[in-house]
Design a protein around this ligand. Sequence first.
Ligand SMILES: Cc1cc2nc3c(=O)[nH]c(=O)nc-3n(C[C@H](O)[C@H](O)[C@H](O)COP(=O)(O)OP(=O)(O)OC[C@H]3O[C@@H](n4cnc5c(N)ncnc54)[C@H](O)[C@@H]3O)c2cc1C
Length: 373
Amino acid sequence: MSQLDFDVVIIGAGVIGLAIGQRLAGRGQQILIIERADQFGGGASSRNTGCIHSGAYYPSKSLKAQLCLRGRELLYDHCSKYDVPYKKIGKVFLATAPKYIDGLIKIKNLAESNGLSPLLEIDGPDIHRFEPFLKCDAALLCPESGIVDSYALMLSLVVLGGNHGLTLATRSRVISGKPEKGFWRVYTIDESGKKTFVRARWVVNAAGIWATGISRSTFPLRTIPEAHPVKGSYLQLTGPSPVSRIIYPDLIPGKISERVDATPGIDGKLRFGPSVDAAASYEDYRVADNLKERLTPLIQRYLLNYNTLKLSPDYAGVRPKIKTPGNGAPDFIFDWADEGGWLDLWGMESPGLTSALAIAEHVEFLAGETGLI
Ligand SMILES: Cc1cc2nc3c(=O)[nH]c(=O)nc-3n(C[C@H](O)[C@H](O)[C@H](O)COP(=O)(O)OP(=O)(O)OC[C@H]3O[C@@H](n4cnc5c(N)ncnc54)[C@H](O)[C@@H]3O)c2cc1C
């Protein structure tokens, strides 16, 4: 057994663990991020849409709304300061049939109560002035949304954190933690099966969809939500994108409806998705053979000339959702273990990428409140 000492151990080098590490390292904390894979960011953080969400449609006063709005602001600043590729291209919410217009009204009201500038209302026949290849009954335009290169974002966090002494240990899986007097022992296992531990004053469990499992093996008696992995797969369009903005059809806030978004990526490619499918495992990244057939009727609802487009299967990601009793759409959860000094992050699903820098700020605040920093 070997022994190392850090102020903070962060479990998981996804965008959230890295953002927390970078922020706390900047405060002079000695940080170790432990990552089970051979490099950072291979989980949900590199298998998403790369959309910088506006925060328009999350429940008012929820952590998702607050951290998304703040995170978006921090993210745009970070990207322009550190040359992380991004584009503020805006998002169009569409109602492709009269029954979805209520959804637009809800989005507009929520956006206003969440503090966004009023979204622009567009009548169906006018949509061609904004997006010539779309059809709809009505639309809302939100200029605040954008897209970001999530890998470049994570790389910037690794480099900035590294400048402040952040250590990233890959190929090492955290098994559990054990409280000692004034510190935590964090047990890990490497690929050869060798077990070891590190000691840290406090621990942040930012292991995405795996986080609840680590919490459960550390705290067998604690109430811990169940992980609920939901796969999202994408189709990619060959050739130039027929739309210049992010397209969100038929969204009804708080409801899961059958819909397929279209997002022009930072690489210029248009992607349709993510789909909503049960994940066979936390790393079920297989794109179903019939994805194109399934998504086609949903895309045809809003895109003109669809039949001339060439689509192929792209990639998939697993949404790190959780199930909590009686709550179909749980908020982000930040939960300190009773033992103190161990902070669990559960349910860090979308808008986790947008919110990452604000989540880091929030963790810093929570640690300050408890006197850890
Ligand atoms: C399909 C899809 C689309 C999305 N689209 C968007 C979007 O457009 N905009 C947006 O804002 N958000 C989006 N999200 C959400 C966003 O991707 C996540 O909220 C965010 O990436 C979560 O980051 P994370 O660091 O918590 O998780 P992850 O990126 O999953 O990182 C967790 C890390 O922990 C590591 N780990 C796990 N177990 C252990 C262990 N025992 N020991 C050590 N390391 C461990 C994993 O290997 C992984 O690297 C999307 C998500 C999905 C799946």
